[in-house]
Design a protein around this ligand. Sequence first.
Ligand SMILES: NC(=O)c1ccc[n+]([C@@H]2O[C@H](COP(=O)([O-])OP(=O)(O)OC[C@H]3O[C@@H](n4cnc5c(N)ncnc54)[C@H](O)[C@@H]3O)[C@@H](O)[C@H]2O)c1
Ligand SMILES: [Zn+2]
Ligand SMILES: [Zn+2]
Length: 364
Amino acid sequence: MSQTVRGVIARAVGQPVELVDIVVPDPGPGEAVVKVQACGVCHTDLHYREGGINDEFPFLLGHEAAGVVESVGAGVTEVAPGDFVILNWRAVCGQCRACRRGRPQYCFNTHNAIQKMTLTDGTELSPALGIGAFADKTLVAAGQCTKVDPAAPATVAGLLGCGVMAGIGAAINTGGVSRGDSIAVIGCGGVGAAAIAGSRLAGAARIIAIDLDERKLTGATELGATHTINSSGLDTDAVVAAIQALTDGFGADVVVDAVGRPETYRQAFYGRDLAGTVVLVGVPTPELMLELPLIDVFGRGGSLKSSWYGDCLPSRDFPMLIDLYLQGRLPLEKFVSETIGIGDIEAAFAKMNHGDVLRSVVVL
Ligand SMILES: NC(=O)c1ccc[n+]([C@@H]2O[C@H](COP(=O)([O-])OP(=O)(O)OC[C@H]3O[C@@H](n4cnc5c(N)ncnc54)[C@H](O)[C@@H]3O)[C@@H](O)[C@H]2O)c1
Ligand SMILES: [Zn+2]
Ligand SMILES: [Zn+2]
């Protein structure tokens, strides 16, 4: 059995997304069908549609979602119909080397649904990040459903499913930001702004927001930035000098690159203090190359890290962050710039490119 619902697909590089009928199979063993209630528009969806992730078109876009479990397949015990869940793209396997040595956040065999969702003509869809939630319903592995307190609105909860978790985790989990630290965040869209909110939560003393767009810097200040740098028209040396000027001449303990370009990476690399940490969370496109003097990589010490999904463990981090939100300690609602319909995703991409929004959230 299966059901036909609406979904948003990208058919080919550069083509506008289309709202079409998709076929969602009933859940098989270990799978769940989730009725999607809200799904944020993440820059990674646009990377998919531009062919920047891989070429497995057509993609079923959307991956930052919350909803209610509709049905589960055989053997599913972790969730049941009616549960309010955030969808995650890190359903850890428990078996791989990373899982067995107690580092499941680095699991390299994460679970997705085994069956395929399709177009009505049978063409198999590639769900973005194994989720595909710009759709009335989606089929996922049961482990991709993380139960959280249903008191949180879906529009807010869903954001933890990708960008906001990636940003908070880039600062706290990967960067290890804690009380008294200084941090600079380059690029203050949804991901970077979340790194700022996470740094405040962790007790960072100086939180420097860097962006080309003054509106993003205003938003970052509302989320906890103590200082801002508008880097539009500034070269690497000037950005580094500005970070140093705000950190007693030293540079920041941690710099998060939430853009993912060679120039922003160089700003991060030189903008941190000696022995400081760079966290790359922005996703570069495949053609980008980085050149750095190797002697500087050696001589400046510290660590150069990448952060996939904020090194999160959904079962540990999602319920905790939702609880902090419900207690008024993490203003997730500030990330929702607008709610839109499922037909408005191209317009949301344009707004994202123009810097008009932190997050547009599709409500279903
Ligand atoms: N690593 C992960 O797990 C993960 C998860 C989600 C998203 N991402 C990636 O994070 C990045 C940011 O995503 P987002 O949703 O916040 O995007 P966004 O488009 O909302 O934000 C990007 C921000 O960067 C700013 N910016 C662009 N170029 C800049 C520059 N040279 N210097 C300073 N600021 C600059 C823009 O003005 C904008 O505010 C994307 O590459 C996305 O794919 C990574
Ligand atoms: Zn594993
Ligand atoms: Zn995303």
